[in-house]
Design a protein around this ligand. Structure first.
Ligand SMILES: Cc1cc2nc3c(=O)[nH]c(=O)nc-3n(C[C@H](O)[C@H](O)[C@H](O)COP(=O)(O)OP(=O)(O)OC[C@H]3O[C@@H](n4cnc5c(N)ncnc54)[C@H](O)[C@@H]3O)c2cc1C
Length: 308
C-alpha cells in the first residue's frame, strides 16, 4: 500500500486548450485513463462520452458570449428559465456563460428561441461533434434580426468589471484527497464534478502500482500509537480488497474501501462559488482534512484571480 499527502492543482493550462482537449483531459480522470490521451483521441472520446450520457464531462468547458439585442429577445430568452446559464444584463444586451452541457440541453428544450438558435449556430462551427447539424440551420430564426453575437476570449472575460468577472470566470481544480473530503466537496451544488471511479479502477492493476493508495490522515502524528493503528487497518483493508478482486468486480470489492482511500476529483465553478466554498471550508468549524487543502488553495486562488 502507498500513503501520500493530499494535493491540488489549478488546471489553468486547460483554459486555453480546445473544448475537446479540455473535456477529454477532465473526463479521463474518472477512468484514470490519461495514458490513452493522444493527438487525435479527444473528439472520439468526447463523442463517445456524449453518446453514453456521461453528461457531467460536458460540464467541464464553458463558453461566454456578449449579445447585443432588443429587449423582446432578452425577455424571450429569460422566459426559457435558463437555470444553468449565467446571465447578466449589460448596456444594450446580455452577457451569457454556460457549459457545453447546459447549451446542449437548453437548445434541445427551446429550439425555437431566436437567441438560442444563434448561439447554437456559433457553437456548431467549433464543436460540431457536440452540436450536430439540424434542419433549422438553413434559415434565420424569427426574432434574430438585428442581434449581434460575439464569443468572448478568456482574456476578455478576465478583463470584465469585477462583479461580472467573478460570475463569468470559471476555474477548475483537481484535488487528490481522501474520500471523506470529496464527499463534502460534492455538496456544493453550483459546481461541476468529475471523480475517479472505484467502480472502474482496479487497484490491483500495474498502472496503480498493484496497490491501494491512502491519504495520510491529518489527525495522527506519524509514528504515534494512533497512526500505527490506522496503518494496520489500511493494510488489512488492502489485503481483503485484493482477495475480493480474485473473484469479484472492482465495484463489489470497493465495498471494503474506507474514507482514507485516495481519490481524484475535478471541481469546476465560477469565482463567486469558489469564494463561497472558501468561506465555509477554511474556518475552524470546517473538517481538518478539508482545511488542510483549502487554506493553501484559497491563498493561491486569491493571488491568481483577485477573489478576496
Ligand atoms: C462546518 C460545516 C458542517 C456541516 N455539517 C453538515 C452535516 O452535519 N450534515 C450535512 O448534511 N451537511 C453538513 N454540512 C454541509 C452544508 O450543510 C452544505 O450542504 C454545504 O456546505 C454546501 O454549502 P451551501 O449549501 O451553502 O451552498 P452550495 O451548495 O455551495 O451553493 C452555493 C449557493 O447556491 C445557492 N443554492 C444552491 N442550491 C440551492 C437550493 N437548492 N436552494 C437554495 N439555494 C441554493 C445558495 O445561495 C448557496 O449559498 C456542513 C458544512 C459545514 C461547512
Amino acid at each position: 500500500m502507498r500513503i501520500i499527502e493530499p494535493s491540488f492543482q489549478i488546471l489553468d493550462e486547460l483554459d486555453r486548450a480546445s473544448a475537446a482537449v479540455r473535456l477529454e483531459a477532465c473526463g479521463r480522470v474518472c477512468y484514470k485513463s490519461e495514458d490513452k490521451i493522444g493527438d487525435d483521441s479527444a473528439i472520439p472520446f468526447v463523442t463517445r462520452i456524449a453518446a453514453h450520457g456521461h453528461n457531467s464531462v460536458l460540464e467541464m468547458a464553458v463558453v461566454s458570449y456578449r449579445l447585443r439585442c432588443r429587449e423582446e429577445a432578452v425577455a424571450a430568452l429569460l422566459a426559457c428559465q435558463p437555470r444553468f446559464l449565467v446571465i447578466d444584463r449589460e448596456e444594450g444586451g446580455l452577457l451569457v456563460t454556460a457549459s457545453m452541457r447546459a447549451y446542449r440541453e437548453i437548445f434541445a428544450a427551446h429550439g425555437d428561441n431566436a437567441l438560442l438558435a444563434l448561439l447554437r449556430r456559433d457553437l456548431r462551427v467549433t464543436c460540431p461533434y457536440l452540436f450536430p447539424a439540424g434542419e433549422e440551420d438553413g434559415s434565420v430564426p424569427s426574432g434574430a434580426d438585428g442581434v449581434d453575437l460575439r464569443r468572448l476570449s478568456l482574456t476578455e472575460v478576465d478583463e470584465l468589471p469585477d462583479e461580472l468577472r467573478l460570475r463569468h470566470r470559471f476555474v477548475a481544480v483537481r484535488f487528490i484527497v481522501n474520500r471523506a473530503v470529496t464527499h463534502e466537496l460534492v455538496r456544493h451544488r453550483p459546481c461541476s464534478f468529475l471523480q475517479e471511479s472505484q467502480r472502474y479502477c482496479r487497484y490491483s492493476e500495474d498502472k496503480f502500482g498493484s496497490e491501494v493508495t491512502f491519504i495520510k490522515p491529518v489527525f495522527f502524528a506519524e509514528g504515534s500509537a494512533e497512526y500505527r493503528l490506522w496503518q494496520g487497518a489500511m493494510e488489512e483493508t488492502e489485503r481483503v480488497y485484493f482477495r475480493l478482486l480474485e473473484t469479484s468486480t472492482p465495484q463489489a470489492a470497493r465495498t471494503v474501501l474506507p474514507n482514507s482511500c485516495k481519490t481524484e476529483i475535478i471541481v469546476f465553478c465560477n469565482l463567486v462559488e469558489w469564494r463561497h466554498i472558501f468561506a465555509l471550508r477554511t474556518t475552524p468549524a470546517a473538517e481538518p482534512s478539508m482545511r488542510e487543502i483549502m487554506i493553501p488553495l484559497q491563498k493561491e486562488m486569491e493571488r491568481r484571480y483577485r477573489i478576496r
